[in-house]
Design a binder for this molecule. Structure first.
Ligand code: BTN
Length: 245
C-alpha cells in the first residue's frame, strides 16, 4: 500500500481526492495523505477536526473483489489494522467501539470513514478514510469534541512521529487485507471481537430503521452487530450509531 502516493498540504478532504483518483482508474493501494483538511468529514455527516501538522489524515483506495453486502467487513478490518498499528507506536489500551471508533479510556483517538462505489452488486472500489489524532493538544479540539476525543500525545504523555504511525498502520493493514483475501472475514472477525469494547454491553443504536436496544452479542458473518433484544429475539444492525461512549 502507498506505492502510489500523494502527499498534499491543505485540502478540503483527502476522501474527495482519493475518490477522484479511483474514478480515473488508480490502482489498489493508492494513498492520499494531507497535512491539513479544511473540510475533513466524519461519519453521520459530522465534521472531523484536522489541523495542520498534528495528525494523520489519509485515504486508502482498495478494490476488493467482494459482493456489496460485505462492505462493512472492510470497516471492521480497518479498525483492527489501526488499533494494531497505533498500538505498536504507543502502548495504550485501545478498544474498538462498533463499528470502528478507536477509544482510549472512552475517548476517541481515531475514526474511520468508508466510502464505496458499486457496479452490478459488487464493490467497484472502497475509499478508507482514516483520521488519527496523533499530536493534537487539548486546545486543538473544540470544547464539545474534547469531551469525547483525545490524542495519542495527550493519552501517552509524549509526541509521536507521524510518519512512523503511518508506516505501522499501513503494514498492519496490508497484512490483514492479505489475510482477508486468503481466508475471508472469519479471522478478522475474531481479531475485532478480541478488541471490542461493545460486545457484552447493553446498547442503544440509532439505525436507519429506528432505535434498536439490547445486549450486543457478536458480529455476524457480514460484519453486522447482533443485538439480543428484551423480548429475546436477535436483531442484526449493519449501519448505525451507538449511543454513549
Ligand atoms: C469518524 O469517526 O466519524 C470518521 C472520521 C474519518 C476522518 C478521516 S481523516 C481522512 C479522511 N478524510 C476525511 O475527510 N475524513 C477521513
Amino acid at each position: 500500500f502507498g506505492r502510489k502516493l500523494q502527499v498534499l498540504d491543505a485540502v478540503p478532504s483527502t476522501q474527495d481526492i482519493a475518490r477522484q483518483l479511483a474514478e480515473e482508474g488508480a490502482p489498489e493501494g493508492t494513498l492520499v495523505i494531507a497535512e491539513q483538511q479544511t473540510q475533513g468529514r466524519g461519519r453521520m455527516g459530522r465534521a472531523w477536526v484536522s489541523p495542520a501538522g498534528k495528525g494523520v489524515w489519509m485515504s486508502l483506495l482498495l478494490r476488493p473483489r467482494v459482493p456489496l453486502p460485505q462492505a462493512p467487513q472492510l470497516t471492521l478490518l480497518a479498525a483492527v489494522a489501526l488499533s494494531r498499528g497505533i498500538g505498536k507506536e504507543a502502548p495504550l489500551p485501545i478498544g474498538i467501539k462498533w463499528p470502528n471508533d478507536l477509544l482510549v479510556d472512552g475517548r476517541k483517538i481515531s475514526g474511520i470513514l468508508l466510502e464505496s462505489a458499486a457496479e452490478d452488486e459488487r464493490l467497484k472500489y472502497v475509499v478508507v478514510g482514516m483520521g488519527i489524532s496523533v499530536n493534537l493538544e487539548a486546545e486543538d479540539f473544540p470544547p464539545e469534541v474534547l469531551e469525547k476525543a483525545i490524542s495519542l500525545r495527550m493519552a501517552s504523555g509524549k509526541p509521536l512521529d507521524r510518519a512512523e504511525v503511518i508506516a505501522s498502520v499501513l503494514e498492519e493493514f496490508e497484512s490483514l487485507y492479505e489475510l482477508y483475501g486468503e481466508q475471508g472475514f472469519e479471522p478478522i472477525r475474531a481479531l475485532w471481537e478480541a478488541r471490542s469494547v461493545t460486545l457484552g454491553r447493553s446498547v442503544t443504536l440509532s439505525t436507519p430503521q429506528g432505535t434498536v436496544e439490547g445486549t450486543a452479542e457478536e458480529l455476524d458473518g457480514l460484519g453486522g452487530l447482533r443485538v439480543r433484544q428484551a423480548d429475546g429475539t436477535l436483531r442484526t444492525v449493519y449501519t448505525g450509531e451507538l449511543g454513549g461512549r
